[in-house]
Design a protein around this ligand. Structure first.
Ligand SMILES: [Zn+2]
Length: 221
């Protein structure tokens, strides 16, 4: 599997990378949203590569239409006229893809997070903050920041640039110093260096940055 080819099928670097993690057993299940016109080629790809996939029986409409990127969406009927994405669950293990679809259908965030391979500390963090954050923008950057001391963080957990298609993680770390998230990102980066060294170093370069969030200026290095 080549990153460029995957980008053509899945539509972004972040999504393409997740498929690579799946392929190299660094992730058990991938959950991604696609619009109508993208679904056919994604399913074709899965069939050609012997990957199991499941499609959610509803669509998700992004809550903030003004922004190109949003962490927040709501479920709607498949025949709802508004433009929505369909969640597809992809795995080497058919049972896991099915389970992930069912957990999400039932809003079981804990089991969904675990089957997607997120660290348990971060899943618990999400579950704990969900009632409040889901009413806002459904971003967990502020609560994670609250859990992190200091101003210098490892670049591995930089999820601030996820909207610019630049991230090694696909979950919100419970803290920017979460050890399990750091190790996960390290394994992924190691794989990427072996496959596409140039892309890997460009990604690291992008992730190392200084950002201002609220009243704090933090540095990922
Ligand atoms: Zn964690």
């Amino acid at each position: 599997m080549q990153l460029e080819q995957l980008k053509g099928v899945f539509g972004s670097t972040t999504k393409a990378l997740e498929i690579l993690y799946l392929n190299y057993n660094l992730k058990p299940v991938v959950r991604q949203g696609f619009y109508d016109n993208e679904i056919g080629r994604v399913k074709d790809f899965c069939r050609t590569h012997g990957l199991a996939y499941e499609t959610a029986p509803y669509k998700v409409i992004l809550a903030d239409k003004q922004k190109r990127y949003s962490d927040k969406g709501f479920k709607a009927r498949v025949d709802d006229p508004r433009r929505g994405m369909f969640f597809i669950y992809i795995s080497k293990d058919e049972r896991k893809a099915t389970e992930a679809r069912i957990f999400e259908m039932k809003d079981n965030h804990k089991e969904l997070g675990l089957i997607l391979g997120y660290p348990e500390c971060c899943v618990d963090f999400f579950v704990e903050n969900w009632p409040e954050r889901s009413q806002l923008d459904n971003s967990y950057v502020f609560p994670a920041l609250k859990n992190t001391d200091g101003y210098k963080f490892p670049f591995y957990t930089n999820i601030i640039k996820r909207s610019q298609d630049t991230t090694l993680l696909n979950h919100f770390p419970h803290s920017f110093k979460c050890e399990k998230s750091i190790n996960m990102a390290k394994d992924r980066l190691k794989m990427l260096y072996e496959l596409e060294a140039r892309t890997a170093s460009e990604l690291v370069h992008e992730l190392k940055c200084r950002v201002r969030i609220g009243t704090r200026t933090i540095e990922f290095s």
